[in-house]
Design a protein around this ligand. Structure first.
Ligand SMILES: Cc1cc2nc3c(=O)[nH]c(=O)nc-3n(C[C@H](O)[C@H](O)[C@H](O)COP(=O)(O)OP(=O)(O)OC[C@H]3O[C@@H](n4cnc5c(N)ncnc54)[C@H](O)[C@@H]3O)c2cc1C
Length: 376
């Protein structure tokens, strides 16, 4: 590791990453009465949101419902609402980053920006957190480094020839008239929609058929916001859908990209195919601290703590319990207070203020009630 000597402070908690999960978990720590902690953020608060493609908006709507004790779906802290502070229903990433910065300021969250965490190791009863410049020590770690900055760039032969949607600053900047998009869930449909609005032709491939998925869980089926956009004239006219068509390879010859499907069909384009195939996630950096589930995500205790290294916790969209996927803010925020409570208890603090989270429906500690589907 490059850097200075270990500093002497032993934090009660180091939170890694200041996105929606890191800032939300940090506010819950404050409500739990924990003050001796720091959030290490490799760039700035809300950095991932700030680097979404400029046109991409939240699919989950925001609405200021706090006056009747219901939190805005995209809120990460009691008493705050992106709809109220931004005045929009479907914020862009940049707008939402502004909301996160305002929350961090309001709750005086201690964020160390430009502090890239390279490694976390268990040492004795605590943790050593190596950043690019120094070493921090802590009794507990909450890993909230997210997924967006760790896109999945593999998956089929030649996938490195494609351009991942998470690396595109703006769809407006994409040259060409004839696009192939691999991956038909939210990000794939989003890019197809914006290209269609600019009169581009798009062929959209998915190994399944997310737009016909019947589940009421938005972690599985497309959101109403997206389904509405798919019904717009421009989308219908410009976008050709290829469901149940897994891609096997991409090759390049004579300035053409050839995309071959598993069923042998070949498709050509002059523009690098766009990859909307999801994220590997940052948890690969701390893979040695967690057991793995069969689906590759970290195995967590009922308090979202590692099952093999006590003291390290996970918050954010990678949290899974049984078949429940906590990939949206309104889902994973339910676990901030659960984690804060577990850490407060281990520090001998009563954490009574966390009862407020329960009142606001932001404290899901009984996982047996997850996964109920809508019946109509
Ligand atoms: C395009 C897109 C649209 C989405 N739309 C919605 C939506 O409408 N509604 C919804 O609820 N969810 C949505 N999600 C899902 C989810 O809410 C986001 O993925 C969200 O960003 C997750 O928050 P996070 O805090 O876990 O991760 P991030 O926002 O990625 O935050 C992680 C932070 O950690 C920092 N970091 C990363 N690595 C390190 C390191 N090694 N050391 C220090 N800091 C580090 C990063 O700079 C970043 O600031 C969307 C996701 C994507 C990609």
């Amino acid at each position: 590791m490059v850097g200075t000597e270990s500093n002497e402070i032993v934090y009660d908690v180091v939170v890694v990453g200041a996105g929606a999960a890191g800032v939300g978990a940090a506010v819950a720590l404050k409500h739990a009465g924990i003050e001796n902690f720091v959030v290490s953020e490799r760039r700035k608060v809300g950095a991932s949101f700030a680097s979404w493609p400029a046109e991409t908006r939240f699919i989950t709507p925001s609405y200021p419902t706090n006056s009747i004790g219901m939190l805005d779906l995209n809120s990460i802290a009691i008493g705050t609402s992106p709809a109220f502070s931004l005045g929009v229903e479907h914020p862009t990433g940049k707008e939402y980053a502004r909301y996160l910065r305002a929350v961090a300021r309001f709750f005086e969250v201690p964020v160390r920006q430009d502090t890239d965490v390279m490694q976390v190791a268990k040492v004795g009863d605590g943790f050593r957190i190596d950043t690019a410049d120094e070493t921090l020590q802590a009794k507990h770690v909450i890993w909230t480094a997210g997924e967006f900055q760790y896109p999945r760039l593999s998956g089929f032969v030649g996938s490195q020839l494609c351009c991942h949607t998470a690396t595109i600053p703006s769809y407006e900047e994409l040259d060409g008239d004839d696009f192939i998009v691999v991956g038909g869930y939210e990000s794939g449909v989003d890019v197809a929609y914006h290209l269609a609005c600019r009169d581009k032709r798009v062929r959209l491939f998915d190994k399944g058929c997310p737009w016909e998925e019947e589940s009421s869980d938005p972690s599985v089926a497309l959101s109403p916001f997206t389904l509405e956009r798919m019904r717009e004239d421009q989308f219908v006219e410009q976008v050709e859908l290829f469901p149940h068509t897994p891609i096997e390879s991409v090759t390049r010859a004579d300035a053409m990209y050839e995309v071959t499907a598993r069923d042998g069909h070949r498709f050509q384009t002059r523009v690098p195919p766009l990859l909307a195939g999801g994220f590997e996630g940052s948890h690969k950096l701390v893979a040695d601290l967690f057991e793995r589930r069969d689906d590759g995500s970290p195995l967590l205790s009922e308090h979202d703590e590692s099952t093999i290294v006590p003291g390290v916790f996970l918050c954010g969209p990678t949290v899974r319990h049984n078949n429940y996927v906590f990939c949206f803010i309104f889902k994973y925020r339910q676990r901030f207070a659960v984690v804060a409570k577990a850490i407060a208890t281990s520090l001998g603090l009563p954490a009574e203020n966390l009862e407020e989270y329960r009142k606001w429906g932001m404290y899901l500690d009984d996982l047996s009630c997850c996964g109920e589907e809508c019946v109509c």
